[in-house]
Design a protein around this ligand. Structure first.
Ligand SMILES: C[S@@+](CC[C@H](N)C(=O)[O-])C[C@H]1O[C@@H](n2cnc3c(N)ncnc32)[C@H](O)[C@@H]1O
Length: 262
């Protein structure tokens, strides 16, 4: 996925995702359990990173979009605890080099799926491995691809209306999704429609592509890259993965020379 898209949507990102909060307690719990520094790759506007930092945990957020980071930075600067605990880094999750090691590295809310090729996914995981402390955890959250949707040539979803406070506009959203079954990618056109002050109909379309991965290929990818998958959850309440859950949450650890590297 082009990072330029996130620069473009940054201003509206928090409105878009305001109802998706159910993953936050899950990551906060792991961050507390790991008892060391935490790294989020693709941290965006800090949706998950900020609640972790509020617990007094040191956390670094890395993102390739300057505009998403600028929003996170503004939130961080508004509170002492956050200023003390958060480091934000502009970088690419495929090629980052930080001076620290982390006890938990997580990639939330499908950010890993922005890496469209197997090569990019492998390079990212190699970077993760390098930055993970002994016994450290990696958590990756992907959506679970559904065969019935993949089989349709085009899926249209009505995403309802939201209020853009800054511009005082009610905006309706629609998602038009097409799958490329050979490349294992999803192409989405997100269509936004509203009426301006004079009642004129306006429209904007944000298009992007992300990869989709199946359960066992993801496990094999992680294993090939030096991790052992401890758990595959189907939701953030830690229920086991099942086909209809919508989520695939991989909890993995660094695995080298036939043992967990503690
Ligand atoms: C779906 S958003 C998720 C943001 C945040 N983690 C959350 O849960 O709300 C994906 C984020 O990944 C970032 N991203 C995409 N490709 C990236 C890359 N190669 N390196 C670093 N960040 C990337 C985007 O800029 C965006 O902020």
């Amino acid at each position: 996925m082009e990072v330029a898209l996130f620069d473009r949507i940054a201003r509206l990102y928090d409105y878009e995702v305001k109802d998706f909060v159910r993953d936050i307690p899950f990551y906060v719990e792991y961050a507390k359990e790991c008892g060391g520094d935490v790294l989020e790759l693709g941290c965006g506007t800090g949706r998950v990173l900020i609640p972790i930092a509020k617990e007094g945990i040191k956390i670094t957020g890395l993102d390739a979009s300057e505009r998403m980071l600028a929003i996170a930075r503004k939130k961080v600067e508004s509170e002492n605890t956050l200023r003390k605990n958060v480091t934000l880094v502009h970088g690419d999750m495929k090629s980052f080099k930080l001076k620290e090691e982390f006890s938990l590295i997580y990639i939330a809310f499908r950010s890993f799926q922005c890496l469209l090729t197997k090569e990019d996914q492998v390079t990212c995981l190699a970077c993760v491995l390098e930055h993970l402390a002994k016994g450290g955890y990696l958590i990756v959250d992907l959506f679970a691809p559904r065969h019935d949707l993949l089989a349709q040539s085009k899926v249209t979803l009505d995403l309802g209306t939201f209020y853009d406070e800054e511009r005082g506009l009610h905006i309706t959203r629609r998602s038009e999704v097409q799958y490329d079954l050979a490349k294992q990618t999803l192409h989405e056109d997100r269509v936004y429609e509203w009426k301006d002050g004079s009642g004129k109909a306006c429209r904007d379309v944000w298009s992007y592509e992300i990869a989709y991965l199946f359960r066992y290929e993801s496990e094999l990818l992680l294993e090939k890259c030096g991790f052992r998958v401890d758990n595959v959850y189907g939701d953030f309440d830690k229920s086991p993965y099942d086909y209809y859950s919508g989520e695939q949450i991989f909890v993995a650890r660094k695995f080298q020379h036939g043992r967990i590297n503690k």
